[in-house]
Design a protein around this ligand. Sequence first.
Ligand SMILES: C[S@@+](CC[C@H](N)C(=O)[O-])C[C@H]1O[C@@H](n2cnc3c(N)ncnc32)[C@H](O)[C@@H]1O
Length: 424
Amino acid sequence: MQSKLIMAPALSQTIDTSWDFKSNSGKYCTHGFHTYPAMMIPQVARRLMNEFGAEKKTVLDPFMGSGTVLVESCLLDGFERVHGVDINPLALLIAKVKTTPIDTNYLELEFSKLKKEISKKSDANIEVPDFSNIKFWFKPRVIKELAIIKKSINAVDDRSVKDFFKVAFAETVRNVSDTRKGEYKLYKMAPSQLERFEPDVLREFYEKARENICGMKEFIEQKNKCKVFVLDEDTRHRTSIPDRSVDLVVTSPPYGDSKTTVAYGQFSRLALQWLDYNEKKVKKIDQTSLGGIPAEKIDYSLESLTLAQIVDKIAKIDERRAKEVLSFYKDFYSCAKEIDRVMKVGGTLCFVVGNRTVKQVQIPTDKIIVELFKSVGTYEHEKTIIRNIPSKRLPKSNSPTNVKGEVGSTMNHEFIVILKKRAK
Ligand SMILES: C[S@@+](CC[C@H](N)C(=O)[O-])C[C@H]1O[C@@H](n2cnc3c(N)ncnc32)[C@H](O)[C@@H]1O
């Protein structure tokens, strides 16, 4: 691939535009099953795995999200095992379904049965769920129609097929809710928009299910023999992955704490509530996420000079925000220790990160990651690739000062940090 290097004005480093993947669709195979915040571009995962995965057999994504890296592990030659870890039940469901092959003739048959089941039910006597705020986020007719689909999916016997339709249902829930579209957080539509919003619930669901059956067909045709392990665990703690078993990590960790960056829990809440996940647990996803609970005090115990300088700078402006930032990196450090435990000597790590701004202080996460990994083990920094961030995936501006109406630019570039684990 030909790379074009151009200077980034504010970065004084070069951006490699060959990593842009502007014109290619990333929805092939099962990648388009369900949207997810800050998804990795499949082509980025693929190129990293091709460039750094030669001779490597076991892959890990410690912040798996919707499972982009897991799907690519199943499509590329040579990978035998892939582990994906996440704390978000919606991510676990999506990743599992995207990597579980199901014969599509069988799926078509089950889909016909499901449609028949749906058409038999009447919305006059359907039992509707009763989770908090359901009436705030959905119109009465929409609630009834969703309840019919849900009940019919629950009647499917085969667990994998049931999960397959649950993913199409989860995406439908989001699309037919009264939330503003194109946002990851939950905001209600403006009243004028709401008045005109009359979603065709059944059509949404049928179209999504049909599209996903096509994606599954493509996936099965290309799938290798890689074994997939989707782990409902927390990367900050000891996971079930064996010691020194992984030789390639490809991942995009959260950009910062979910309160001030991407709220994975909030994004997933309505779908999970509809799918009967425990409401209290669902509401806690964002707290369990890296940096979910602010540090009690500011200390400089992590061995990263860059982080210490940044925390110091932010603390002079706003101590509370400095504690939030610190807590994110403390959690990240716990993850780095766990990743180090499972990494083989000679293994390669690829972190796709964004450098966000807090209180107008830019946080160079790419540099902090290198320093933290050097402090947990024998890691060498091979290089950092800078790529243009794809449009629409993250807000290009946010409220870095947390002052209403005050907007600053966020991340226009992504940094791909490549580290190698050396022998002691
Ligand atoms: C940027 S997203 C990953 C997106 C993924 N690359 C994809 O393509 O969909 C980061 C993920 O990290 C997860 N996460 C946050 N804290 C975690 C933790 N302590 N352990 C494991 N996963 C965590 C979040 O739930 C979220 O799904």
